[in-house]
Every structure is written in C-alpha cells, then in structure tokens.
Design a protein around this ligand. Structure first.
Ligand code: NAD
Length: 369
C-alpha cells in the first residue's frame, strides 16, 4: 500500500514522541511491504519562529496533499507572551477547520498493568472500553459573534451555533463506529436548557432509525460527568457537541490515570484524518528523554486503522505496547509496581523489538503451516 503521511512534530516533546511513531510505522511498513512516504512540516511555535505564522501555507498544502496527518503537540512558554493574534494553538485549530476534520475520537480503555495508577478503584476502571466522539468544528468555539461589548467592554458574548448538517455528519460517524464495537451510542446534551441540544436530540433520533441494531440513549451532560467516574464501563460510544466533548474527554482521560498513553483521531467523511496524542507539549520535560511516546505511537495505530484500513498492522502495534507494559517497562510518568523505568528512546526501541518478535513468531508459525 502506498501512502503519503504528513508529519508535524510541533513543539516541546512533540519531536521526541513523533520520532517514535515514525520509526514504528517504518518498521510496520518494512514488515508488511507497504510504502509509507513521510514528509515533515512546521506547525505551532516552531512555525511562528520560522514564518511568523502557526500554520504556514506550505504546511497546510502538505496536509491537503497527504492521505493522513500525524501531529505531535504545539505550544510552550516561549510563545505565551506573544500577542493573542499569533498563538501556537491557532495553527492546530485552523488546521482542523481547513481540513474539515469534524469528528474527534478519543478511545479510553484500561491497560491492565496501569490499573492501579488510576485514582479510581480497580473494580471501577478494569472493564472500561469507551470511545468519545466530539464534534470539533462547530458550536461555541467557532460561534460569531465572539466579542466584548459596551462602553467599558463590560459585556462578553460567545455564540453557540449548530447547523443541522454539522450534527448529522458527526452523529452518523458515531453510529458507524458503534456498529464495529458494542453497538451502543450515548448522546450527550443539555436538552432541558439549550435549543441547540434539543435540535441535537432530534437529529440523533432521526439518524438512529437507520441503525436499528444500535442501542441509543440520551443523557444530560451533568449526569454524564457523574456517571463517567461512577460507572464508566456502561459506556460504549459517547457522541456530543464541541464544548461538552472537550470537557468530558479530559475527564474520561483520567479514568485510566495516564495522560501520556492516550491517542486521538480527528476525522472527516472520507478517510483522511489527523492523529495526535491527547497530551500537550510538556515543556517541563522536553529534550530530557523522559516523555512517554506511547500516546503518539497509539495514535499512529489509529491512523492505520481508520485512514488506511490496516487493522492487523494496527493491532500489532497495540499488542507491542501492551506486551512492553506487561514486561514492566514504563516511562517516568507511569507508576508501575515492580516496573523498570526507562527513557523515551529506550521505550521506542522496546516497542520496535516487540513488533519484530511478534513478526518473527508469526513467520515461524507460517513456515510450519
Ligand atoms: P501537557 O499535557 O503538556 O502537560 C501536563 C503534564 O503532563 C506535565 O507535567 C507533563 O510533563 C506531563 N506530560 C504530558 N505528556 C506527557 C508525556 N507524553 N510523557 C510524560 N509526561 C507527560 O499540558 P500543559 O502543561 O497544560 O500544556 C503545556 C503546553 O502544551 C501549553 O502550551 C499548552 O497550550 C499545550 N497543549 C497543546 C496541546 C496540543 O498540541 N494538542 C494539548 C494540550 C496542551
């Protein structure tokens, strides 16, 4: 399979974790005789330094011409003092909007060796396997007007706007994903207060008619926030609007107690997607060989699954991560009992060794068949 992959390492630990994802993908491509072409672009603070623009035209064009995009992380204290009109995060927001990436997917599942790292009880966490689908390009974060008014600017206005088609396409995506999982969709809204939520609910009920095999439930956002830490194993696919999704996905990410482990995907209706870890640029540990590269590596696995349809290859990466953690290897952010703490580059080497081991065993078995 020939695929062009845009590689945007970004800032802070971005380049360190990205090097891991690219090495792992190269290994997979060699094992399975694919042809992945990696092309790098600047985004965020590093792009501001070079071009005075967090999303230069060259990077946007590279992304538009690629089959998928891998992104490390953007931002850091170096760019915090820059006037609000040019900030690293704007590069990422603009990229999502320009590429039409309307559905943000965040899987959260329990990794057995890490269960005790959660602040929740073992029995609450151990069977968690949920996927949050967040609408990413509409709602409050993109509403107009968004401004200060009045003589002394004493009034602040933000607007929550949703168009029917924006809701339809993300809800449709959630149902499609649920069909490949445990066939349950929880739609989250605030329909007792917000008109946009009442429209959201109507659309969900309409789309649900096409998926009679999928169970649908509606839940208010405040109740969902509570249920997520009370009984998180009840959820399969959660679909919700931008602001609620932002908050709930951060809450859900702490169920497993390991920010450095979590991948994400941002998709549109075709197969093109942007894949990035949930964590930020972690400037406190940048350049120290301490970053956990697994969130980025698992994001690369999501890319193989969702954009390229390479489920087997994606599973091999996920198994390599699980096996390495089961052997007790971990970076400093994870607190494994009886574990062996290693650095970023050593963790990347372990994952690659595990992929090779898996392939060698498969090769031997195939030779005997
Ligand atoms: P952060 O996720 O960068 O870091 C929070 C804490 O978690 C830090 O102590 C950090 O060392 C640790 N951490 C994060 N990822 C880790 C990893 N892979 N391995 C080990 N430890 C890890 O969040 P923050 O400190 O709030 O933000 C730092 C910068 O990142 C800010 O400029 C922020 O705007 C930016 N940010 C970017 C993104 C993105 O690019 N999508 C997301 C969130 C934050």
């Amino acid at each position: 399979m020939n695929k062009r992959i845009a590689v945007l390492p970004g800032d802070g630990i971005g380049p360190e974790v990205m090097s891991g994802a690219v090495r792992v993908l190269q290994e997979i491509s060699d094992c399975f005789h694919h042809n992945f072409i990696f092309e790098e672009g600047l985004i965020g603070g590093s792009a501001i330094d070079e071009y005075g623009n967090p999303l230069p035209e060259s990077t946007l064009n590279l992304c538009k011409e690629s089959d998928a995009i891998l992104l490390g992380a953007v931002g850091g204290p170096k760019w915090d003092s820059i006037s609000q009109s040019i900030r690293p995060e704007q590069g990422l927001l603009k990229l999502r909007k320009e590429m039409g990436l309307f559905a943000n997917l965040r899987p959260v599942s329990a990794f057995q060796p890490l269960i005790h790292a959660s602040t929740l009880k073992k029995e609450v966490v151990e069977n968690v396997d949920l996927l949050i689908v967040r609408e990413l390009t509409g709602g409050l974060y993109f509403g107009e007007p968004s401004e200060r008014r009045g003589e002394n600017k004493e009034t602040a206005i933000d607007t929550l706007v949703y168009h029917l088609h924006e809701i339809e396409r993300v809800v449709e995506k959630a149902f499609q994903l649920a069909r490949k999982r445990r066939k349950k969709v929880t739609s989250v809204d605030k329909a007792n207060v917000l008109e946009s939520s009442r429209m959201w609910r109507e659309v969900v009920n309409q789309v649900a008619k096409k998926y009679p095999d999928v169970i649908v439930e509606h839940m208010l956002v405040d109740s969902t926030a509570m249920q997520l830490i009370y009984r998180p194993e009840q959820f399969d696919v959660i679909v919700t609007e931008n602001l609620f999704g932002d908050i709930l996905s951060d809450e859900a990410s702490m169920i497993t107690g390991s920010l450095g482990m979590l991948p994400s995907a941002s998709l549109r209706s075709d197969l093109v997607g942007l894949y990035e870890p949930v964590h930020g640029s972690a400037p406190d540990i940048a350049g120290k060989n301490q970053a956990n590269p697994l969130g980025m590596i698992l994001s690369a696995a999501l890319m193989l699954k969702y954009s390229f349809g390479l489920d087997k290859e994606a599973n091999i990466i996920e198994e390599a991560v699980m096996n390495t953690l089961n052997e007790g290897y971990h970076t400093g952010d994870l607190n494994l009992e009886h574990g062996k703490q290693i650095g970023t580059s050593e963790m990347i080497n372990k994952i690659i060794d595990s992929i090779n081991e898996n392939q060698a065993i498969t090769g031997i078995l195939t030779a005997y068949i």
